[in-house]
Design a protein around this ligand. Structure first.
Ligand SMILES: Cc1cc2nc3c(=O)[nH]c(=O)nc-3n(C[C@H](O)[C@H](O)[C@H](O)COP(=O)(O)OP(=O)(O)OC[C@H]3O[C@@H](n4cnc5c(N)ncnc54)[C@H](O)[C@@H]3O)c2cc1C
Length: 493
């Protein structure tokens, strides 16, 4: 839907975009044509901030922390009861803080994502909540390090960081609309059990993964539906060492990394198995339920993120299609645990210790930004005059890798939502090309984008300017002060 269509829908509902409020997902409203209830207008209490960050997930916690640390009065709106998002619910580990030095002999090892993302890992290490940056000993054409996390400690640690930074952290709070003044967002509508409120701010960051705020604000977007959705499970009462022996005895190990597990260094923390070599019953069963074998762990008796993938026929913004998928995925989870119990030594008494609270998606809405990172930008290791971070990992490695084990830059212009005066975007909602997105959507890249957008939003608020009027040199200087790593020299003011 483009801005014109969106505005037309809003006018149909008598809402209007000029100093108006867009509060509903128009596609869902239109699912029952001809039958409408006209909601009476309400007076909402107003709270005022410098920066509002929508979505407290992978990118959002970093964005809000960065904004608050740079002096902005910041609110974070998160619908769940905790921060963390997909990093605590979907993936197997964090990819990747480093360049791909292992796959390119002779290339210097360097940590390319630092700043707040690294601080989270430092804090997790202190509470036994991560494997640390565990180097891959097998399958290092894919990644050089794997950083596994204890998902529950991640939620706590990031929550504490937000509060320490002074972020007004609104969990259990839904972002339900945008209040527009032309192309400028004046405020957002939030809903919680404390009621419906308006949060006004000078600058906004959309980190909702689905681009909810951008869509409410009337930005252009599409819904590519180009990935499987997934619900992943944590399996407890298992032995990772016996699982390792099982995979090894079938010559099935494709990825392996050693790091800290249950307080001891040098332990296996990541394993990927080639199902083709595994017993027929297991292989066939896993195929039927879309099960991926990659697992990580930071505890001796726990596997994280056994994934059950499902390709939906329509975009995951459809409530009813998602409801069907949620049930299918829960049935698949039950089948997955049966397979582990039946075939994998050490897992005879395994059980599901956690599931994702709702299905996860690698891409919901794709939001149009001022620049769209291309596949050749990624693979050629291109850098821009306005880089705000660099990244060096591709999820489809070794098929796709960044040239010579190097990095590419994420430019500031790729994080500015097109057509909106004061809105930035970070996370899985940017980058239209599927194969380029297979790099930019990864956790650590989203975290870096979070730091860039939160910092930029704070500077825009302080300088009282739109996202396009912010001087890149000011943004860069602040990012570098805050330990963000960049590879190119400042070429313009
Ligand atoms: C199944 C799966 C496996 C993956 N595996 C890996 C992997 O192994 N390694 C890796 O690096 N990456 C992996 N990824 C990719 C990576 O995890 C995601 O791309 C990344 O975490 C997305 O971050 P984000 O900040 O965009 O979104 P999220 O982390 O999802 O954050 C969005 C947040 O916004 C909140 N929110 C949404 N809408 C609203 C609203 N209207 N109001 C209030 N709050 C709202 C959500 O609750 C959530 O907390 C995987 C992704 C999936 C889905």
């Amino acid at each position: 839907m483009n801005r014109r269509d969106f505005s037309k829908h809003i006018l149909l509902l008598g809402l209007g975009t000029q100093s108006g409020c867009a509060t509903a997902n128009m596609r869902n409203v239109n699912s029952q044509p001809g039958s409408y209830y006209e909601e009476p207008a309400k007076k909402l209490p107003i709270r005022k901030f410098d920066v509002v960050v929508a979505g407290g997930g992978t990118a959002g916690v970093v964005a809000a922390t960065a904004a608050a640390r740079n002096g902005a009065k910041t609110a974070l709106i998160e619908v769940k009861g905790y921060p963390g998002g997909t990093v605590t619910e979907g993936g197997t580990a964090l990819h990747s803080f480093y360049n791909l030095w292992k796959a390119f002999p002779g290339v210097k090892k360097r940590q390319v994502v630092r700043g707040i993302a690294q601080e989270i890992i430092d804090r997790l290490l202190k509470v036994g909540g991560t494997s640390g940056h565990a180097e891959m000993s097998k399958g290092y054409n894919y990644d050089s390090v794997c950083t596994a996390i204890d998902t529950e400690m991640y939620k706590l640690v990031t929550f504490e960081m937000l509060v320490e930074a002074g972020v007004f952290t609104c969990v259990n709070t839904l972002l339900a609309g945008a209040i527009m003044d032309g192309s400028r967002i004046k405020g957002v509508i939030v809903e919680s059990r404390s009621g419906r409120e308006a949060f006004y701010a000078k600058a906004f960051v959309d980190c909702t993964a689905y681009g909810d705020l951008a869509a409410y604000a009337g930005a252009d977007y599409t819904e590519p539906n180009d990935y499987a959705v997934c619900n992943s499970i944590g399996i407890a009462n298992v032995s990772i060492d016996k699982y390792y022996e099982f995979l090894k005895s079938h010559d099935a190990i494709t990825q392996q990394a050693e790091g800290r597990r249950s307080g001891k260094d040098g332990q296996i923390v990541r394993l990927d198995g080639k199902t083709v070599n595994l017993p027929d019953g297991f292989r066939e069963g896993a195929g039927k339920i879309g099960m991926s074998m990659v697992t990580t762990t930071v505890h001796d008796n726990y596997f994280m993120f056994i994934k059950l993938n499902l390709k939906m026929p329509v975009s995951p913004t459809s409530r009813d299609a998602v409801a069907k998928a949620e049930l299918v995925l829960r049935r698949r989870q039950a089948r997955a645990i049966e397979l582990f119990r039946q075939y994998v030594p050490g897992c005879e008494k395994a059980f599901i210790a956690r599931t994702s609270p709702r299905l996860n998606i690698r891409r919901g809405r794709l939001i149009s930004c001022d620049y769209d990172i291309t596949l050749s930008d990624v693979l050629e290791g291109r850098h821009f005059d306005d880089d705000v971070m660099v990244y060096g990992f591709h999820d489809s490695a070794p098929r796709f890798q960044i040239k010579n084990g190097g990095t590419y830059g994420i430019p500031y212009q790729a994080l500015r939502v097109a057509g909106i005066h004061n809105l930035l975007a970070a996370g899985m909602m940017i980058t239209s090309n599927h194969d380029a997105h297979m790099s930019t959507r990864n956790t650590v890249c989203c975290m870096g984008q979070g730091q860039a957008t939160g910092t930029a939003a704070a500077l825009c608020a302080v300088k009282n300017c739109g996202t396009r009027e912010l001087r890149y040199s000011d943004l860069r200087e602040t990012l570098v002060k805050d330990n963000v790593y960049l590879e190119t020299a400042l070429s313009r003011k």
